[in-house]
Design a protein around this ligand. Structure first.
Ligand SMILES: Cc1cc2nc3c(=O)[nH]c(=O)nc-3n(C[C@H](O)[C@H](O)[C@H](O)COP(=O)(O)OP(=O)(O)OC[C@H]3O[C@@H](n4cnc5c(N)ncnc54)[C@H](O)[C@@H]3O)c2cc1C
Length: 403
């Protein structure tokens, strides 16, 4: 990257999954894109467990070696240790090897023409002739870029949202997890969800054990627990009967997860928000990977159209439309947040053992409701960044037809 302030069509701030997806799709359409992240190495400081759901796996291809083994089994644990086992005939989850996914997607995006600015931390955005001026801090000193359009893919506490006067996340939970390898697994790969309000107030603790990696984590409302102490208690309790001491500890991950639903105002003439910055996370499951990919597909399309002179394009990028689809999930979030006593959680688990309760649990874990359709073909990503509609007859095309 040269020290001279470049002028680009689009500056994407943040190279998480949302920013990478947006930048790659825009470059593939011939838009000049600068992608900046305060991190230098995207394989480090990963903050997500990386569980991808079936719907994402069907629509967005990932290299086979970037995903863990298929998970079809889920066990829901009550505070008293009673288990409810659920099984699906399909592959419901796979744990992404996120360092590999980020670095491959970055290589694809760069091959498509994206200008990569590693180690650039955004300091501020000001209005400038024909767009915005972005000021960054970097190892090499201050940097400035002028962009016709700014995409804020800078996570839950987005500075771009603040600088552009867009809506900002106000409700979140905090998650922390440890990753292990080499832990012996009895039985098939399994996702364990532990409903225990003292360990995970307002959410669940989890163990994702795919036979290669084990992720043990917990999340909840800040102010109602101390995340690291809760994780330590969980680890000490031999979660899901796993003998973690026989494996190797690899890393600790964690961060904020916005759970207030997609923000209403996520676009203005100078820019837009994607991913966590836009609140695009399921308020119920706190899954954000599928929403950030889907919303990024739409963001890239409306941005390219707006830059090409379509004055109405940005009107299609309104959070209100997506919020309506989240109403029931927001209510379920309120209900879960209200469960503060273990006895109440035990009762809820008891109800989930009844046939309608079991059906509800299967719907939450195995349903295809992670994020509404965004109204564009999400298509397939190809090496080199050329994003194309799914070819007829492919699983992705079949999934697109089903919707
Ligand atoms: C502990 C935990 C576990 C989770 N597990 C799952 C899961 O299993 N499945 C699932 O679907 N979802 C999960 N989520 C949610 C999911 O990880 C997020 O919704 C998703 O990763 C959001 O991607 P993003 O690209 O929007 O944001 P991020 O991945 O947060 O990327 C934002 C990027 O912006 C950069 N950035 C921020 N500020 C600046 C700045 N000022 N200047 C330059 N760069 C900046 C950051 O360095 C970062 O690279 C989890 C979240 C947490 C915290």
């Amino acid at each position: 990257m040269s020290a001279a302030a470049p002028r680009v069509d689009v500056a994407v701030v943040g190279a998480g999954l949302a920013g990478l997806e947006c930048a790659g799709r825009l470059a593939a359409r011939g838009v000049s894109v600068l992608l900046a992240d305060r991190r230098r190495d995207l394989a480090r400081q990963v903050h997500t467990t990386g569980i991808f759901v079936r719907r994402t796996l069907e629509d967005f291809p990932f290299p086979e070696d970037a995903l863990g083994p298929a998970i079809r089994h889920v066990t829901l644990w009550s505070p008293a240790g009673r288990r409810l086992d659920l099984e699906s005939r399909e592959t419901e989850f796979r744990v992404g090897r996120m360092g590999t996914i980020y670095t491959r997607r970055l290589a694809d995006a760069v091959a498509a023409g994206v200008e990569w600015a590693p180690g650039w931390r955004l300091l501020g955005v000001t209005a400038a002739a024909g767009g915005s001026r972005l000021a960054f801090d970097s190892r090499g000193g201050p940097r400035a870029v002028t962009a016709r359009f700014v995409i804020g893919a800078d996570g839950a506490a987005s500075l771009v949202a603040r600088e552009l006067g867009l809506d900002r996340n106000r409700e979140w939970i905090v998650g922390v997890e440890d990753v292990f390898t080499g832990v012996p697994l009895e039985g098939p790969p399994r996702l364990h969800a532990i409903l225990e309000p003292r360990l995970a107030p307002g959410y669940i603790a989890w163990v994702a054990a795919d036979g290669v990696e084990v992720h043990v984590g917990t999340a909840g409302y800040p102010g109602r627990f101390e995340p690291v102490a809760a994780l330590d208690r969980l680890l000490a309790a031999r979660p899901a009967g796993l003998d973690l001491a026989r494996g190797r500890w690899r890393e600790r991950r964690g961060g904020r997860i916005p759970v207030g639903g997609v923000l209403p105002r996520i676009a203005c003439p100078r820019g837009l928000l994607v991913g966590d910055a836009a609140g695009a996370v399921s308020p119920l499951t706190a899954g954000g990977l599928d929403p950030c990919l889907r919303l990024s597909a739409l963001a890239a399309e409306v941005t390219a159209s707006a830059l090409a002179g379509d004055g109405a394009a940005l009107g299609r990028y309104a959070g209100h439309g997506f919020r309506a689809r989240f109403v029931s999930r927001l209510w379920m979030r309120r209900a879960i947040a209200a469960v503060r006593l273990p006895a109440l959680a035990e009762l809820a688990c008891l109800l989930l053992r009844t046939p309608p309760g079991r059906a509800l649990a299967a719907h939450v874990f195995f349903g295809r409701g992670s994020f509404p359709d965004v109204g564009v073909e999400v298509g397939e990503a190809r090496p080199g960044g050329a994003w194309q509609p799914a070819p007829p007859g492919s699983p992705a095309a079949a999934a697109q037809r089903r919707r």
